[in-house]
Write a protein that binds this ligand. Structure first.
Ligand code: GLU
Length: 448
């Protein structure tokens, strides 16, 4: 069976580092095995789902280079959920409930107050047809819960966490459908995973207890003839920030914010691919190289720590590797491959290239030089000889003529030619400045 994974965001906001990581790992799990990676838009919550977020999710995945092999939308699949629901109803696996949110909250508080787990007491299972008829007559529609089978423990071998076991009696029967007929996430997700041939569900560990419940749903759906095979499950440890939960600053961790501040998609992927694994985080720009190391067995159980500083370091290291072709459309007018190559090592973000390019296009503002440096620079202007390697021949000629070496030789030249005392390799920069302009800069610094 073709390995099939899915990334299933709810379009209620922008993607952020947490769900980008989940998307990436699902993409890798599929790609590594020549399988399929699907995008499933979980938009059954009509009130919170927004079309603009759907578009942004697609855009972000394209920017990241995680293009799916197919896209599905839950809002277009409602008849499948209806059919599954009818099958579960016929099999006695869903039941009608009427408790209000306040009543449920009260029940929870009472149980918690007695030191008991806040499990739904299944009071509604005791209702008989007469009770339902009375509710209907009063205009009260039911919501529906899935009835867990308490017979056997629920067990699976988790791809990250190893063997897992849950006592179903310790779980609440989950609400699957609201009184207005709309769906909660659990059942549609199981229906879709079966219908789409999803072989591997890889998601955050906040879904572990959902998995326990969903395994019974999968089994009930398979038993009702509604699909093939229960998928494998793997739950990755959550991503946390330096100060704890990520949720507090999700805005700044959004894909859009990352793009705006000049983070390269390769940097984000290199970091997120390995964060929380036993492999070192390295500035690996090639996706195939990242894929080669991907293995769920390297995933740790401890929360993975996301650190902006680390992202910035990876980003700079990635920028230093990027080819001209990859950045050409983001560079200032006139800056060609040689310019990019000269300036690239000085950048943390591609966007800074324009600033550095001004050293080539000028005007530059050299400092005021001492008289002996002015004489030295005048000599430099005279000795400038435009061969294959003008910087090295100039330095050699000046060394010979003046006896200067090291900083005394190089610093006034750099300052006169660029107006700065550090920056790109002068051997690469000088040819870009050009002979006439270089001589003019040296003469004007000598004259000042
Ligand atoms: N839409 C669900 C979520 O955002 C998907 C969870 C899953 O991967 O099954 O949490």
């Amino acid at each position: 069976m073709t390995v099939t994974t899915r990334f299933a965001p709810s379009p209620t906001g922008r993607l952020h580092v947490g769900n980008i990581r989940t998307a990436l790992h699902n993409w890798m799990l599929a790609r590594k095995q020549g399988g399929r990676f699907l995008l499933r838009i979980d938009d059954t919550d009509a009130e919170r789902s927004r079309e603009e977020h759907v578009a942004a999710i697609r855009d972000d995945l394209t920017w990241l280079g995680l293009e799916p092999d197919g896209e599905e939308r839950q809002s277009e699949r409602l008849e499948h959920y209806e059919r599954a629901f009818e099958a579960l109803r016929a099999a006695g696996r869903v039941y009608r409930c009427y408790e209000t949110a306040q009543e449920l909250e009260l029940k929870r508080k009472i149980l918690l107050g007695r030191g008991l787990p806040p499990i739904y007491d299944r009071a509604a299972l005791a209702l008989v047809e007469k009770d339902h008829a009375a509710k209907a007559a009063a205009g009260i529609a039911p919501h529906w819960r899935f009835r867990l089978d308490h017979g056997e423990p629920i067990a699976w071998d988790d791809g990250v966490r190893g063997p897992q076991k849950f006592d179903p009696a310790q779980l609440s029967d989950p609400v699957v459908r609201r009184a207005d007929g709309s769906w909660l996430y659990m059942l549609p997700s199981a229906v879709d995973d079966l219908a789409m041939g999803v072989t591997d569900v890889l998601r955050g560990e906040d879904h572990v207890s959902n998995t326990a419940v969903q395994i019974q749903m999968f089994e009930a759906l398979v038993a009702a003839g509604l699909g093939g095979q229960v998928p494998r499950f793997a739950h990755e440890a959550l991503l946390v920030g330096r100060e704890g939960k990520l949720s507090k600053r999700l805005g700044s961790l959004g894909c859009d914010a990352m793009r705006a501040r000049g983070i390269e998609p390769q940097a984000l992927l290199a970091l997120l691919a390995r964060l929380g694994t036993s492999l070192p985080v390295e500035p690996i720009a090639e996706r195939d190289a990242l894929l080669a190391g991907f293995d769920l067995a390297t995933f740790g159980r401890a929360p993975a720590r996301f650190d902006d500083g680390e992202l910035e370091r990876i980003n700079a290291a990635i920028v230093h590797q990027l080819d001209y072709a990859a950045v050409a459309d983001r560079l200032p007018e006139g800056m060609g491959a040689a310019g990019w190559h000269a300036i690239r090592p000085n950048l943390s973000h591609v966007g800074e290239a324009a600033e550095w390019w001004r050293l080539v296009t000028g005007p530059v503002e050299p400092p005021a030089f001492a008289p002996e440096d002015r004489a030295f620079l005048a000599e430099a202007a005279r000795l400038l000889d435009w061969g294959d390697d003008p910087w090295r021949s100039l330095a050699a000629a000046l060394k010979e003529a003046t006896g200067r070496k090291g900083k005394a030789l190089f610093l006034p030249l750099r300052q006169a030619l660029t107006g700065m005392d550090h920056g790109p390799d002068m051997a690469e920069l000088l040819p870009l400045i050009g002979e006439d302009e270089a001589r003019r800069r040296l003469e004007s610094a000598a004259a000042a």
